[in-house]
Every structure is written in structure tokens, then in C-alpha cells.
Design a protein around this ligand. Sequence first.
Ligand SMILES: Nc1nc2c(ncn2[C@@H]2O[C@H](COP(=O)(O)OP(=O)(O)OP(=O)(O)O)[C@@H](O)[C@H]2O)c(=O)[nH]1
Ligand SMILES: [Mg+2]
Length: 195
Amino acid sequence: MEINTHNAEILLSVANKSHYPQDELPEIALAGRSNVGKSSFINTMLNRKNLARTSGKPGKTQLLNFFNIDDKMRFVDVPGYGYARVSKKEREKWGRMIEEYLTTRENLRAVVSLVDLRHDPSADDVQMYEFLKYYEIPVIIVATKADKIPRGKWNKHESAIKKKLNFDPSDDFILFSSVSKAGMDQAWDAILEKL
Ligand SMILES: Nc1nc2c(ncn2[C@@H]2O[C@H](COP(=O)(O)OP(=O)(O)OP(=O)(O)O)[C@@H](O)[C@H]2O)c(=O)[nH]1
Ligand SMILES: [Mg+2]
């Protein structure tokens, strides 16, 4: 599929199913701990500075944000998990919103699940990966912030992450950086293959 990635715009921000776009465009959702770099990933992939709002402050993205890309596909930016400073009630609300989207959305083709290349995956990261595997949702693991690790150590960090996740070798694993744009072409290849 030919996609003009310059032709991208935020379409809408919603909390529940009744407001999802009503068409058949394929969607790729972004999941990951708060502050891991989901919104930055979208901006990098679309060559835009701040289309998806990023922030040093975790918990910035509160709703499901749908981005239209050239009327051919959408990215869906999902609020991050694991942000400590939210109430139990808000965490439950988040859980229902994300679970409803991931388990019922027919447009969903794959989830780009972001982890931080610098650290072992958190319990929440492992749980998200297990959740996606359980529901047989195709996963692309993107290990981001690779610019913060010297290249000579990338392999070691990759192995540690795969081990902790109990990574299925048939899934994609991509080393990525929103700063250097490392991994961007590979990420596009993996995404286009899922559409
Ligand atoms: N060095 C480096 N910093 C990054 C990278 N990706 C994201 N960041 C920084 O990490 C912070 C969080 O990035 P966001 O893209 O807002 O993270 P998010 O996952 O969307 O966060 P929430 O919306 O809170 O869930 C920002 O300060 C970004 O500039 C990267 O590849 N390298
Ligand atoms: Mg965000």
C-alpha cells in the first residue's frame, strides 16, 4: 500500500466505543507505560513535531486519540499505563476503555507495544504483552529511547527485554529512537505488513 505520511491529521479523541470512527480503515494502536514515548513514536513516524502531544509530564494522553493517515489507515494513541499518581477509580476507567478498544475493535490490525530499551520491562509491560498474546492481537514490540544506549550494548538490552517478556520470536522486535529516527523504516515495514 502507498501511504502519503505527510497527509496526516488528528481525527478525534474519544473515551468509548459509541464514538469510534464508523468505517473500515485499518488501525494500529500504540500501547505502553506512561512516558515511554508513544506520542513521540507517532510524531516521528509522520515526520511531525507535535501532532500527537508529547510531554515530560506522564499521563498527558487521557483519551483514545485517532489519527487519520492519508485516509488509508489510522494510528490510535492510547493513554499510558503505570502512572502512579492517578486514583484507583481512574485506573479502572482506563482499564475499561483500553480493554473495550483492544478486545472489540474490528479495525485493529496490530498493537505497537512500546518498551524502554534502557530498562527491564515492568510488570505492567509483561501483563500487556500477555494480554495481547492471549487475545491473539498481532504485536510489534518497539524498544524505544535507543539513542540513550550505546549501540554496542543494544543486543544485551534486547535480550534482557525478550527474556523478561517471554517474547514470541514470530513477533516483530524493533529498536527505535524518536531522536535519531533509528528503526523508523523497519517500523513502517512491520506496520504496512499488518494492514
Ligand atoms: N531520548 C529520547 N527521548 C524520547 C524518545 N521518545 C520519547 N522521548 C521523550 O520521553 C518523554 C515522553 O514522551 P511521550 O511521547 O510524551 O510519551 P507517551 O508514551 O506518549 O506518554 P503518555 O502520553 O503520558 O502515556 C518526552 O520528554 C519525549 O521527548 C526517544 O526515542 N529518545
Ligand atoms: Mg502520549
